[in-house]
Design a protein around this ligand. Structure first.
Ligand code: HEM
Length: 401
C-alpha cells in the first residue's frame, strides 16, 4: 500500500560525518526502504531515492523526466537552469536521444581502447613532469587534472590542455556555492574559445569529434553552430572534473591502504580493471545527481511521488547497498563487480564511461609502479574534500615520495 507519511526534510547535499562514506541521511534513507524528502537551497523538497533497486527503477521509468525546465525539477544551485538549459542531457526523448546518437560513436568501448596508447603516454608524461617538480606537490594539479584534460582535448581535437579557461569553467560548473555570474561568465569565455576552434575546423577539417560535429552534423541540419559549441563545452566539462576527482580519490585510497596497493601491483594486468570499477563504486563521486522530475504519479518503495515533484537519486548510497554488494563499506580492488551505478543508469547513463575507465585503468597502477614511495605530505585530517560540489573529490592532494 502507498504510504503518504513523510519524515521532515533534511538539507541537501547532506553533510558527511566521514569523508570515506556517503552522508548518513542517504544511507539511512536506503535502510528505511523508502524515499525521503530533502530540502534544497531554494526551499524546494525533492525526494531522495537511495536503495539500489529503487534508483534503477526511477532512472528507467518513462514517467520520470530529466528536463531542467519542467516545473518542480530540483535545482541544486541557482545557476543551473541558466547554465544547463538547452543542453541535451537535461532533455528527454526526441530532444535527448538524437544528440546522444551523434556523440555515441566517439565514446564506444572500442574507441576508448583505441585511445589507450595515447592515454598511457599522457600518464607517463604527467609522471615525468612530476619528477621535474619540487616536492611536495599537489597531485590534483600535476597528475589528476592533466590526464583527463589531455584525453578529452585529443578526442575533441582542441589544444586547451594547459588552458586556465577550461580549468576555471569546469571547476565553477560543479561548484554548487559559486556565484551564478561567475559560472555564466566562465562558460561564455570557454564557449568563445570553442567557437573559434569550430570555425577553424570548418577551414581545416580533421578526424576528431569537433570537426565531425561542425563539418557533418551542422551542414546536415542536425545541429546548429551554437549546439556544436555547447556540446564541445559539455564534453570538456563532463570529461574533466569527473575523471580528475576519481583519479585523485583513487590515489588517496591506494596511499591509505597498503594491502590494496600491494594486491593491485601484484597483477596489474588483471586488477587494473577491477580496481577501476571498485574505485568508481567505493567513491561514487557524483553526489547530487541524477536529478529528475516526476511527469506522472508513481510509487517508489511504497511512497507516492506525485507528478511535478523533484527526485534526486543517491548513487553513492545505492553503490553501498548490502542487498547487492557483499561487505559494501570495504574497498577491495580485486572485487569482480561491474553492477555499480557510478555512471548512472538508463538512457542518460554516462556517455564517457568507457573513456573514464581506460584512464583509471592506465593511471592508477602506473603511478604506483613508477613512484612506489608515494605518500601524503600532510596529515590525513588536513585534506580538504569537495563537499559542496556536484562531483565529490579533493581540492588538492599534497604528496611526496
Ligand atoms: C552522464 C558520472 C566521466 C560525459 C553521467 C551520469 C553520471 C556520470 C552519474 C548520469 C547523470 C544523469 O543520469 O543525470 C561520471 C563519472 C565519470 C564520468 C563518475 C568519471 C569517473 C565522463 C566523461 C565524459 C562524460 C569522461 C566525457 C565526455 C557525460 C555526459 C553525460 C554523462 C555527456 C550525459 C549523458 C546523457 O544525458 O545522455 N556521467 N561521468 N562523463 N557523462 Fe559522465
Amino acid at each position: 500500500m502507498t504510504r503518504t507519511d513523510e519524515t521532515p526534510a533534511t538539507p541537501l547535499p547532506a553533510p558527511r560525518a566521514c569523508p570515506y562514506a556517503p552522508p548518513a541521511f542517504y544511507t539511512e534513507t536506503r535502510a528505511s526502504g523508502s524515499p525521503r524528502r530533502g530540502r534544497l537551497w531554494d526551499g524546494s523538497e525533492p525526494w531522495l531515492v537511495a536503495g539500489y533497486d529503487q534508483v534503477q527503477q526511477v532512472l528507467r521509468d518513462p514517467r520520470v523526466g530529466a528536463d531542467v525546465t519542467e516545473p518542480g525539477f530540483p535545482n541544486t544551485s541557482a545557476a543551473q537552469p541558466q547554465v544547463e538549459g538547452g543542453m541535451f542531457f537535461r532533455k528527454d526523448g526526441d530532444e535527448h536521444m538524437p544528440i546522444r546518437r551523434i556523440l555515441n560513436p566517439d565514446f564506444t568501448a572500442k574507441r576508448a581502447q583505441a585511445w589507450r596508447p595515447r592515454i598511457e603516454e599522457l600518464v607517463d608524461e604527467a609522471i615525468e613532469a612530476m619528477l621535474d617538480q619540487p616536492r611536495p606537490l599537489d597531485l590534483v594539479r600535476h597528475f589528476a587534472l592533466p590526464i583527463p584534460t589531455g584525453a578529452i582535448c585529443e578526442l575533441l581535437g582542441v589544444d586547451l590542455v594547459d588552458s586556465p579557461i577550461v580549468t576555471r569553467a569546469a571547476h565553477l560548473a560543479t561548484d554548487l556555492a559559486a556565484p551564478t555570474e561567475d559560472k555564466v561568465a566562465a562558460m561564455h569565455e570557454l564557449n568563445e574559445v570553442l567557437a573559434r576552434y569550430a570555425k577553424q575546423k570548418q577551414q581545416q577539417p580533421d578526424d576528431r569529434l569537433l570537426s565531425r560535429l561542425v563539418n557533418r552534423h551542422l551542414p546536415s541540419g542536425e545541429l546548429t553552430f551554437e549546439q556544436v559549441v555547447r556540446l564541445a563545452q559539455l564534453v570538456i566539462g563532463a570529461g574533466h572534473e569527473t575523471t580528475a576527482n576519481m583519479l585523485s580519490l583513487g590515489v588517496l585510497a591506494l596511499i591509505r591502504d597498503e594491502e590494496q596497493r600491494v594486491e593491485l601491483l601484484s597483477d596489474p594486468d588483471t586488477y587494473a580493471a577491477t580496481c577501476a570499477e571498485e574505485m568508481l563504486r567505493y567513491w561514487t563521486i557524483v553526489q547530487t545527481e541524477p536529478r529528475r522530475c516526476a511527469l506522472a504519479d508513481l510509487e517508489v518503495g511504497g511512497r507516492l511521488i506525485k507528478a511535478g515533484e523533484g527526485i534526486i537519486c543517491s548513487l553513492a548510497a545505492a553503490n553501498r547497498d548490502p542487498a547487492v554488494f557483499a561487505a559494501p563499506e570495504e574497498l577491495d580492488v580485486t572485487r569482480a563487480e561491474r553492477r555499480h551505478l557510478a555512471f548512472g543508469h538508463g538512457v542518460h547513463q554516462c556517455l564517457g564511461q568507457n573513456l573514464a575507465r581506460v584512464e583509471l585503468q592506465a593511471a592508477l597502477p602506473r603511478l604506483f609502479q613508477r613512484l612506489p614511495e608515494l605518500r601524503l605530505a600532510v596529515p590525513e585530517d588536513q585534506l580538504r574534500f569537495r563537499d559542496s560540489h556536484i562531483v565529490y573529490g579533493l581540492h588538492e592532494l599534497p604528496v611526496t615520495w
